[in-house]
Ligand binder design. Structure first.
Ligand code: GRG
Length: 281
């Protein structure tokens, strides 16, 4: 059934995450101010929303699940701050605002990234020490650390920097790590924290992979002309825009088919897939 309120529902979820994020760095020192600047202002909050939605499929969402979702969003935001640095992508703008290094200087931006990453793990360790549901939190934290680390996002960034691909499969492998890893962590950790069974946790992970690839390929399509101009290799300009559009449909259909395997109500997630692959920014 078509949900005409999808955008309203999405904004509502984003607002909850934004409010909780705005309460993390409240002091007046430069590191707190710059860290706050890095995490507010317009992010889609895709990863925490996915985590919460997957947890919600199987159980009531408690505060600690929100805290876990914030920890994940902090890791994502650290990666963006570091990715924007002059030694990486050298971007002046992010989410329509000056990047952290443009606003506060490169030294502070490096430390902001470090601070977001450490704050994330501080949240996770606090949860582990406080909550009764420790086993699930430990299992989800281990998975998140793995996907954020050298077998996931960081290796993906290394492969991307190397810009050395001999076939399109290698580009997809780089996307699996750079983009899919954290999106898979969002979906799988949500299912683990919500007490999904093994099959449900596996399906959540597979969904995250299919959505992650669709999301990145849509990004390629949106940036097609610009990437070509600057000589950046993407799946879309390595193969062709038409092929990228075809593969995007294949992966997004795969994501939708996976959702259909759940007996729970996945209509919001279904709409989210369609919204993301049709986005124009
Ligand atoms: C520096 C360790 C390190 C990793 C960087 C995330 C990343 C790896 C690089 C960012 C550049 C990029 C294009 C990554 C692909 C994933 C992606 C499209 C990230 C942007 O995510 P959105 O669109 O961002 O969810 P918002 O602003 O909505 O939070």
């Amino acid at each position: 059934m078509k949900n005409n309120n999808f955008v309203k529902d999405l904004r509502f979820r984003q607002e909850i995450i934004n409010q909780k994020l705005s309460m993390i760095f409240v002091d007046n020192d430069i590191l707190s101010k710059a860290s706050k600047y890095a995490i507010i202002n317009g992010g889609k909050r895709l990863r925490p929303i996915l985590l919460i939605e997957f947890a919600k499929l199987f159980s009531k969402v408690n505060n600690y699940i929100y805290d876990f979702a914030l920890a994940l969003e902090l890791i994502h935001n650290y990666s963006l701050v570091h990715d924007d640095l002059p030694s990486m992508d050298n971007d002046d703008y992010r989410r329509g605002n000056l990047t952290v290094h443009k606003k506060f200087g490169e030294d502070i931006a490096i430390l902001v990234g470090d601070n977001l990453l450490n704050s994330s793990y501080e949240i996770l360790f606090n949860l582990i020490s406080q909550e009764e549901n420790k086993d699930n939190i430990i299992e989800a934290s281990k998975y998140l650390a793995n996907k954020a680390g050298k077998n996931g996002m960081i290796e993906g960034q290394i492969l991307d920097i190397s810009n050395d691909f001999t076939n399109s499969e290698e580009i997809l492998n780089m996307y699996n790590k750079k983009t899919c890893a954290l999106i898979m962590a969002a979906c799988k950790c949500g299912a683990i924290l919500g007490n999904g069974n093994n099959k449900e946790v596996k399906l959540a992970e597979e969904f995250g992979h299919a959505l992650g690839l669709s999301f990145q390929i849509q990004d390629d399509i949106l940036d097609y002309e610009e990437d070509k101009k600057i000589g950046k290799v993407t799946f879309a300009n390595y193969t062709s825009k038409e092929n990228a559009e075809k593969v995007l449909v294949e992966y997004s259909n795969k994501a939708i088919n996976i959702l259909n395997e759940f007996k729970e109500d996945t209509s919001f997630l279904n709409d989210l897939v369609k919204y993301l692959i049709n986005r124009t920014i």
